[in-house]
Design a protein around this ligand. Structure first.
Ligand SMILES: [Zn+2]
Length: 182
């Protein structure tokens, strides 16, 4: 059974991946790091970059239901880790294609956030907007459902703070709340 809590990058690391000497916890220029006393390898727990995309059609937003941990069964934006060599925009468009079958053109950056809510690794999350340019809606890869939700009836339990922040910021910009005089 896949244990998400056992996947954290740093937890449980005991020996140097280079020389197999036991790692020790040390202070490297002001940061706590795991280091190797034999070969001086330093383990940097850097955040992993991830992307998510808001795709809107007919006043509805594209969400996917998560097939795997963390947060299995919850809805979220199409999202995933950037692969080595990919630009953030390429990664974002690829994730939408894999999880929803739709081809999108990335049209803008909403914002970026750093969080620690993924148990595997700290992340820096880039939220984009995308416009559909082709494809057919069919869930795939890490998603077991893909569906457009009207902006005024989105699911209550959207996974990940960054996705909720991105949706809120996007909707506030696109559909500003109207004051009594407007
Ligand atoms: Zn070593």
């Amino acid at each position: 059974m896949y244990d998400i809590d056992g996947q954290a990058n740093q937890d449980g690391l005991r020996v140097c991946p280079r020389c197999a000497t036991e790692l020790s916890s040390g202070d490297v220029r002001g940061h706590p790091r795991l280091t190797c006393p034999a070969c001086n390898y330093i383990f940097y727990l850097t955040p992993a970059p991830v992307t998510c995309v808001i795709v809107e059609r007919d006043r509805s937003i594209l969400l996917v239901r998560r097939r795997y941990p963390p947060k299995t069964g919850m809805w979220c934006l199409p999202a995933g880790f950037i692969e080595t060599g990919e630009s953030p925009e390429e990664s974002a468009a690829r994730e939408v294609q894999e999880e929803t079958g739709l081809d999108v053109r990335i049209t803008g950056l909403i914002d970026s956030w750093a969080t620690s809510e993924d148990p595997r690794t700290p992340v820096v999350s880039f939220a984009f907007t995308g416009a559909i340019v082709g494809g057919e809606l069919v869930a795939g890869d890490d998603a077991d459902e893909a569906e457009f939700f009207p902006v005024d009836s989105l699911p209550d339990d959207i996974a990940f703070t960054t996705h909720r922040n991105a949706i809120r910021k996007y909707l506030d910009g696109r559909y500003p709340p109207r004051g009594p005089d407007s």
